[in-house]
Ligand binder design. Structure first.
Ligand code: ZN
Length: 339
């Protein structure tokens, strides 16, 4: 009960990538980079175990960005043909590569880090992949010429990798779909179908992470425009409740999401964010336990998994480390109080 986990990413060591930023350039190349990624993955596991995180991840130490880490292994994309698009309904401008032909995988995407992580922890292991709608919102497209068709093509590739990750011994496969909070009509029309296609045939646990983004300036500015109550989840959760996805990871601490909206996820496991990744202020275990107690008025503790609001990739490492400890200690405190 109240087993804790993280959304997915942790900051990278400064010898691996430039610190405190998203999309940080690697500081090594070739075999040195490959070795450094392995070392960083082991450190990420150790830090989570020491912080009493129950369901751990590879910390996403082997990918530069959560979407582009997947795209690197996809054929049918021209990385030299970069176009500027406004992603997440024009919240940011980004220079993105272009899909120019039928998509297929050019081999395994995450085999090395998944097998390494599996070999070095006995805890349950979660692995994150970008969701099909979010990928389709983060590339240019000169081939499919339809968002749903593009997303479905990515869903097929995601499914191939997800099935292979399951065979590697991964216990939970999570798809990150921040775009779900932006394109509410499309979620209903084709987003859930694409997500379910990505998860097709998996017998391990499946999860979807839907957040309001990393704590970067463009996101903070966007959040200012969302009003006093954020009710995007009100549209999405009933659709997810009917889907085949088992777990939903969502943002809670310091967000303007009314907590009662979690009731719409009846029957699902709820990975509720009790750690804010948009501030360097470190929560105390007491604060974490208090929020868990509040959430458990809406979600039965057997289905509640304390989590971070989002990935911690852009944070300073000591801050992320302290927040991990607060998450582990706060969850343990909440468990003792409920027992
Ligand atoms: Zn997130």
């Amino acid at each position: 009960m109240l087993e804790c986990t993280i959304a997915g990413s942790l900051p990278k060591p400064s010898w691996l990538a430039e610190p405190n930023r998203l999309w940080a350039p690697w500081r090594l190349a070739g075999d040195d980079l490959a070795a450094a990624k392995r070392d960083a993955t082991l450190l990420a596991l150790k830090e989570q175990e020491d912080a009493s995180i129950d369901i751990v991840t590879d910390g996403e130490q082997s990918r530069q960005h959560f979407v582009h880490g997947f795209l690197e292994t996809v054929r049918g994309i021209d990385f030299a043909r970069r176009v500027e698009i406004g992603i997440r309904a024009d919240r940011y401008k980004a220079l993105v590569p272009t899909v120019t032909g039928p998509l297929s995988l050019n081999g395994r995407v995450h085999k090395t880090e998944a097998r390494l992580a599996r070999a070095h922890t006995t805890r349950r292991l979660k692995f994150t992949l970008p969701g099909p709608m979010t990928i389709a919102d983060t590339v240019g497209d000169a081939h499919y010429k339809s968002r749903p068709a593009l997303a479905m093509a990515f869903a097929v590739l995601l499914n191939e990798e997800a099935l292979a990750l399951e065979a590697d011994g991964i216990d939970v496969i999570q798809f990150d779909e921040p775009a779900f909070n932006v394109y509410l009509d499309e979620v209903r029309d084709w987003g859930i179908a694409a997500l379910e296609r990505a998860a097709q045939g998996l017998s391990c646990l499946t999860a979807v992470h839907i957040c309001y983004g990393y704590g970067i300036p463009a996101n903070r500015a966007w959040k200012e425009t969302l009003g006093a109550e954020w009710r995007q989840y009100e549209t999405i959760f009933p659709l997810l409740a009917q889907s085949r996805i088992r777990q939903v990871s969502l943002e809670c601490r310091n967000s303007h999401v009314p907590m009662e909206l979690m009731r719409l996820l009846d029957g699902k496991d709820v990975l509720a964010g009790v750690i804010d990744v948009a501030t360097d202020a470190v929560e105390t275990p007491e604060e974490v336990a208090a929020l868990i107690a509040e959430i458990s008025k809406h979600v039965p503790p057997a289905r509640l998994f304390p989590c971070t609001n989002c990935g911690m990739a852009p944070m300073a490492r000591p801050v992320a480390s302290a927040k991990l400890s607060a998450l582990g200690a706060g969850s343990a405190l909440a468990r003792r109080r409920l027992a």
